[in-house]
Design a protein around this ligand. Structure first.
Ligand SMILES: C[S@@+](CC[C@H](N)C(=O)[O-])C[C@H]1O[C@@H](n2cnc3c(N)ncnc32)[C@H](O)[C@@H]1O
Length: 319
């Protein structure tokens, strides 16, 4: 009897293995398609390919005569996306790189640039990556494991004050100094559990409330996420054709503030200081006067979408 139960269980596990592509839901999928409006024959640059969810839909819209370049920092995700987009291999170029390098990549100008910032579900689902406080694992947190230093190495290399600044700037943690002290006092912080113990020591029963911010702030620092976004906001618009659209989904206020400011500046005309007359029309227009949020239904089905905000600009035809 026990053997039969065991065999049944085994067959269930075998026919339904964990499939990250199936588990991963692309955030604001319909809104992205509606606002970026990919058309037959257009070219797309997806700088956060992830598991290729948004890219697959772009490819379906741009058809055989279109072209998509996908950039992904994480080699595992890149492989999953390559597999998923196999049917489109003649129209795609998928590259293992950080989008902060786009200026050096000799990319042609395109109709659409898209970024869906931050991490993907496999990063959280794979405890070995060190992104989640729910499992004990080496404290890594790099999107690209072939490059840069891990969160554990970063913690070791920083002074107490520098560490506190990370928690303050990227996590808006009011207890950043106390936490940094607890971390630096610990003999070694090599795993997610070591870090969790420091948080518990410093915040007591409130630790649970700040765990997500602490992990998020270290992740932002390890991957220099705001530095990369700044490059994208500077270089991306220059790579857009006339009429081209650029859409960015951000997941926390620091990113959204940067996107909002950059898009606003790009959509301002040049004004003569003396006469106040317009000397040069604005090169871009903001398509999303307010950020686009996911629907309640989407958040219910995918809690990761909860804090997503989408903003889109368009290069005007005449500039
Ligand atoms: C939210 S996921 C993208 C999901 C994707 N839109 C989809 O539908 O499958 C973000 C992805 O961007 C990657 N990423 C984050 N920052 C990056 C960077 N600076 N350069 C390249 N890839 C980056 C992450 O590794 C992750 O796979």
């Amino acid at each position: 009897m026990i053997n039969i139960v065991k065999m049944r269980l085994l067959s269930i596990i075998c026919v339904s293995p964990y499939n990250p592509v199936m588990q991963h839901l692309s955030v604001l999928h319909n809104e992205v398609l509606a606002l970026l409006d990919p058309k037959a024959g257009e070219s797309v640059l997806d700088v956060t390919l992830g598991l290729g969810g948004h890219s697959k839909s772009f490819l379906e819209k741009i058809g055989d005569s279109g072209h998509l370049t996908g950039i992904e920092a994480d080699e595992n995700n890149l492989k999953l996306a390559q597999e998923r987009l196999k049917a489109f291999e003649n129209q795609t170029e998928l590259v293992h790189a950080n989008f902060r390098e786009i200026e050096l990549m000799n990319l042609p100008i395109v109709d659409i640039i898209f970024a869906d910032l931050g991490l993907s579900s496999p990063h959280l689902d794979d405890p070995d990556r060190g992104f989640t406080f729910r499992e004990n694992a080496p404290l890594d947190m790099r999107f690209d494991r072939s490059n840069g230093i891990t969160a554990a190495q970063l913690i070791k290399s920083l002074k107490e004050e520098e560490l506190a600044n990370i928690f303050w700037k990227f996590g808006e943690l009011r207890t950043s100094r106390r936490l940094a002290r607890a971390i630096k006092e610990k003999e070694q912080v090599k795993t997610t559990l070591d870090l969790k113990e420091c948080i518990e020591k410093s915040a007591g029963y409130k630790a649970r409330d700040i765990l997500p911010q602490v992990f998020q702030s270290l992740r932002i620092a390890v991957n220099d996420e705001l530095g990369s976004l700044e490059v994208l906001l500077n270089i991306g618009p220059k790579l857009l054709k006339k009429g081209g659209r650029m859409g960015i989904i951000s997941f926390h206020s620091l990113e959204d503030r940067m996107v909002k400011k950059a898009f606003r500046e790009l959509s301002q005309p040049m004004i003569d200081d003396v006469t106040g007359a317009v000397t040069e029309e604005a090169p871009f227009e903001v398509i999303t006067k307010r950020p686009v949020f996911p629907s309640e239904e989407e958040v219910e089905g995918n809690s990761r979408a909860r804090s997503a905000k989408l903003r889109v600009i368009r290069r005007v035809e005449r500039v």
